[in-house]
Design a protein around this ligand. Structure first.
Ligand code: ATP
Length: 254
């Protein structure tokens, strides 16, 4: 695996019982880049993303074969602790999901507290850094002890991003992170993603092709569990190699 690659997926297959949802997908993710996953509803985008930090396992009857190599290990191996894995591969969901009983500050530092870190000044320092990285600090610095759920939807999503960053994962997964937000809040998250790629690798599922074209360096196009095409977004959106990709991006199919 080249040094520039942080995550490499090799021949990934996923089944829900006997339904084959992801079919032999191979793709590599370079460090410090944004990759988008696009495709029609039900094509396996979320299933694929959910394999990358193994949360697919929470669906009874779901199983995956193949390899997902992170830091030299196949994360699908039974010996890999999923809790530890999720500290290396963070995730942000479609609907902002701050912990409802926790303050803004507690939401950010909970991952570190669960690791046994108690030093208050260290925790406050990390909270500030992560809220700054999530472009939320200025809006919340005077109310860190209010409930996370008291924030607006877009602020809650940035809080969830800050929470994911607190354990310093090299890879951040985002499953339609802006689809529940208004256009202004969405634009803020897009700007934030472009900022985050200076340090992190971001892999995002989106229904919004304009969003993929705007922010993603690379795009994967899925249909019915197959990866039809993966490449530079500039190629996928202006000069796709596959007829199916062209039909999809021009709105003739999907
Ligand atoms: N928990 C599940 N049990 C059984 N089948 C599932 C489950 N989750 C998803 N599937 C099936 O797997 C396929 C891929 O679903 P997935 O949610 O990954 O698609 P998607 O591309 O993310 O769709 P959407 O864009 O609509 O969110 C679909 O046919 C779906 O019905």
């Amino acid at each position: 695996m080249s040094n520039d690659i942080v995550l490499e997926v090799k021949n990934l297959n996923v089944w829900y019982e006997d339904f084959h949802a992801v079919k032999g997908v191979s793709v590599s993710y370079p460090k410090k880049s944004i990759s988008a996953i696009i495709g029609p509803s039900g094509c396996g985008k979320s299933t694929f993303l959910r394999c990358l930090n193994r949360i697919y396992e929470e669906v009874p009857g779901a199983r995956a074969t193949g390899e997902i190599i992170l830091e030299g290990r196949n994360i699908l191996d039974k010996g890999v602790d999923p809790v530890e894995l999720r500290r290396r591969i963070g995730m942000v969901f479609q609907k902002p999901n701050p912990f409802p009983s926790m303050s803004i500050y507690e939401n950010v530092v909970i991952g570190l507290k669960l690791q046994g870190i108690k030093d208050k000044s260290y925790l406050m320092n990390v909270a500030e850094q992560c809220l700054r990285k999530a472009a939320l600090w200025d809006e919340v610095k005077d109310k860190l002890h209010q409930l996370g759920t008291s924030l607006s939807g877009g602020q809650q999503q940035r809080l969830c991003i800050a929470r994911a960053l607190a354990v310093n994962p090299p890879v951040l997964l985002m499953d339609e992170p802006t689809s529940a937000l208004d256009p202004i809040a969405s634009a803020k998250i897009e700007d934030l993603m472009s900022e985050l790629k200076k340090e992190y690798t971001v892999i995002v599922v989106t229904h919004n092709m304009q969003q993929a074209a705007r922010i993603a360096d690379y795009t994967s196009f899925f249909v019915l569990g197959d990866l039809i095409e993966h490449g530079l977004s500039s190629d996928i959106f202006t000069n796709p190699k596959q007829k199916k990709t062209e039909d999809y991006i021009t709105g003739r199919f999907g």
